[in-house]
Design a protein around this ligand. Sequence first.
Ligand code: MG
Length: 365
Amino acid sequence: MKITKVRAVTHEVQNLITGWKISLGTKDNHELIFVRIDTDEKIFGVGVASPGAIYISGDTGVHHLELINNIFGPAIVGMDPFELEAIIRKLESLARTAERAMAGIDLALHDLMGKALGLPANKLFGGAVREGVRVNRLMGMYPPQEMAEKCKAVVQKGYTALKLKVGTTLKEDVERVQRVREAVGPDVMITIDFNQACSAKEAIQRIQKMEPYDVAIVEQPVKAADLKGMALVRQSVQPRVMADESVNNAAEALRIIESGAADVISLKIPKMGGIFKVRKVAAVCEAAGVEYLVGTAPGSRLLDAANVHLAVSLRNLTLPCEIGEFERMANDPCSGLEIVEGISRPPQAPGLGVEVDLVKVGLAG
Ligand SMILES: [Mg+2]
């Protein structure tokens, strides 16, 4: 089988919970890039790239689109879609730090391979070791009382784990966690994500003041490059410390582990360049005995289908994963994935297993 054509188009989705903010910036609309890869055997796959906000990814959606259509696509035409290692090596030789564009291609290839074999995507990389995954839902930064009300509405839908964006002032951050805990009760697992907002000492002070409200995980309290600061936070507070922006690949995972800077690493398909590359980072975590979970970029059921195929395959996974954010997005052209009582299960149809409305995204024919 040979790849004959690679096409990518942009598609915008809107956040239904408006005014969404994190400590790095604010964004309600997300530009996604849908990627279709065709073959000489009439089988095709569809993937999605999530360029994300430029204050996180450092790059624009337009640039990702150009990369896929003009550089990555033509380079892999003629290659066998099952030769993933060769394809990824080729893409890496063409562009540095282009993981988010690469992830769109990787997902389309997993969809394609699964369809060619009649298998759900997770069977391409070891299969499922669990039926479903507990979902952790995200909440942007709002004034404390408003945030508590929004979180309560999410929990009422059956979710048992929440991740709160924080990172303004000590007083506000502590009050956010306090109000949310009061609103959702003692049994909901709470993670907080600073998105690099603090110095190590500021983070320690805030996290210690949150102790009565039972925070389970603290994500990326300090700057991505500040591994010493992160290690200091980890030694000084009760909750697990999770690295997100600090870890984009296997080499960075190794560095975080060697620095003793994190208990948990957030595995993300977009930032790490696709399922194939994420699983290499997962292997590093497993070798070191460091925990992991599947984190996300909000957008489409297509990405979340890939996320859940990945999550059910991870042998050491015990923590809830970020697989439900499609629920707060309008204009998703995909269907066939829903969260039931806070649990996500992988679609059983071949490939990534969700239906993509190709006419709607402009990739039909
Ligand atoms: Mg994060």
